[in-house]
Ligand binder design. Structure first.
Ligand SMILES: [Cu+2]
Length: 137
């Protein structure tokens, strides 16, 4: 009886493990998303997410920034329905760029539920969103 249980457990694990590996393998190692203008800002850009082992490298490049030193973050939710609390802050955009290494964050985890990268007008006008892109493949 005990031996049967162990065999059954082993069989169940063998079935489960490949499914988990497959789910991780299917996540891309990089994603580029468009950051679209919001609130008539005319400000657009791109964000590239690159998996680097357990960490995530994020590069943000903007065109036609309407102010310097703009806050930018990953938020939960979509651009259409954003959780206003930042989940992962980046350094502010300066000279139209920001980049960051997020430790122990995977692209798979960001794709598993809705996430978006959101650019705010300035540190004093953070409530005004100027560009946003949903993180998806
Ligand atoms: Cu934000």
């Amino acid at each position: 009886m005990k031996r049967f249980s162990i065999l059954a457990l082993a069989a169940a694990l063998c079935g489960a493990v490949p499914a988990i590996v497959l789910a991780q393998a299917s996540a891309p190692d990089h994603v580029t998303i468009a950051l679209n203008a919001l609130n008539d800002s005319g400000e657009t850009g791109t964000a590239t997410l690159q998996q680097a082992g357990p960490d995530l490298l994020v590069f943000v490049r903007m065109k036609d920034t309407v102010a310097d030193n703009q806050p930018v973050h990953i938020h939960e939710g979509t651009c259409a329905k954003l959780n206003p609390k930042p989940q992962y802050p980046f350094p502010n955009i300066t000279a139209r760029r920001s980049q960051v290494k997020l430790r122990n964050v995977t692209i798979a985890s960001l794709l598993a539920t809705p996430h978006a990268i959101n650019v705010h007008r300035s540190t004093t006008q953070a409530g005004i969103y100027v560009a946003c892109g949903d993180i998806k493949t």
